[in-house]
Design a protein around this ligand. Structure first.
Ligand SMILES: Nc1ncnc2c1ncn2[C@@H]1O[C@H](COP(=O)(O)OP(=O)(O)OP(=O)(O)O)[C@@H](O)[C@H]1O
Ligand SMILES: [Mg+2]
Length: 265
């Protein structure tokens, strides 16, 4: 409802911002660089961060930047379930038949990875998002998927993306073999304090206004409440704009941010 009050041409906090129109946050840029580095090295990577820090967004940006003539990306967003479920998801992503035994699926996936790499010269990249949901046996199976020619070849680049607890889990003794093979790991933090006004200005500009809609005290309140996590920032900013519009205010104050808190949850 605040769109007409503030003269916005579209919703500022959409989830589908094109990769080249995203705000360039320092921490996300760093993750992007490491992600690119991992792709060059073709190994196993572990990228963690709090919910809403922007991991999937960065992944989307990196994938969008890859040349389709050089890479083939398989994205598995749902990592609950057993090994069979995971193999089916990967096979589905690869366009392989899924109605097979576990051993046949495993072989088919490996054959496809080898075909892509050796014959098609397309580097396969498997991204497992929400990987903190993976069961321990499934984590280990994924490691085995990256073992080619008696562990002498890196054919498959495997990326685990998940919440902070994934780091702790992978560090447990039972995952030592996997842990040792992780060649790039990075933890994504939120926006820096100085970046918050720039982030909101960027999103509001995309929505059609150059006006400073947030008072400095409101920005501080949003930062305190969100720890700079973009999804939380969006949520506080959205509800605070709503509160300001209901009050017919010209700009969002710290009180509007406080009024928004119960709605954010
Ligand atoms: N650089 C950015 N520019 C604009 N919006 C962003 C940016 N980064 C994150 N966002 C916003 O924050 C939201 C949350 O980001 P994202 O879904 O990538 O977080 P996540 O770390 O994957 O969270 P989860 O762990 O819950 O999956 C996005 O939907 C988007 O609206
Ligand atoms: Mg995500």
């Amino acid at each position: 409802m605040y769109r007409s009050h503030f003269g916005l041409s579209r919703h500022p906090f959409a989830k589908d911002i094109p990769a080249d129109e995203l705000f360039v946050a320092q921490a996300q840029k760093e993750l992007e660089v490491r992600f690119g580095h991992l792709i060059n090295l073709r190994g196993i990577g572990l990228f963690t961060g709090d919910s809403g820090s922007g991991k999937t967004t960065v992944g989307r940006k990196v994938v969008a930047s890859l040349h389709s003539g050089l890479h083939r990306v398989f994205y598995v967003p749902n990592s609950t379930g057993n090994v069979m479920d995971l193999y089916k998801s990967i096979a589905w992503e690869m366009g392989l038949p899924t109605e097979r035994s576990r051993a046949a699926l495993y072989r088919a996936i490996r054959t496809e990875v080898t075909r892509l790499d050796v014959e098609a010269h397309l580097q396969p990249l498997l991204v497992i998002d929400e990987a903190h949901h993976l069961r321990s046996d499934v984590l280990e199976e994924l490691r085995l998927l990256t073992n080619y020619d008696m562990d002498s070849q890196n054919r498959l680049c495997l990326v685990f993306v998940g919440h902070s607890e994934l780091r702790r889990r992978v560090g447990m003794a039972v995952h030592e073999a996997l842990n040792q093979r992780i060649i790039v790991r990075h933890h994504l933090g939120g926006l820096l304090r100085d970046e918050l006004p720039l982030y909101l200005t960027h999103l509001l500009r995309r929505a059609g206004t150059e006006l400073p809609l947030f008072e400095p005290a409101a920005l501080e309140a949003i930062y305190q409440a969100s720890a700079g996590l973009p999804r939380k920032v969006n949520s506080f900013a959205h509800h605070a704009l709503n509160a300001a519009a209901i009050a017919h205010a010209k700009a969002v104050t710290a009180e509007h941010v406080q009024a928004a808190a119960p709605e954010v949850g």
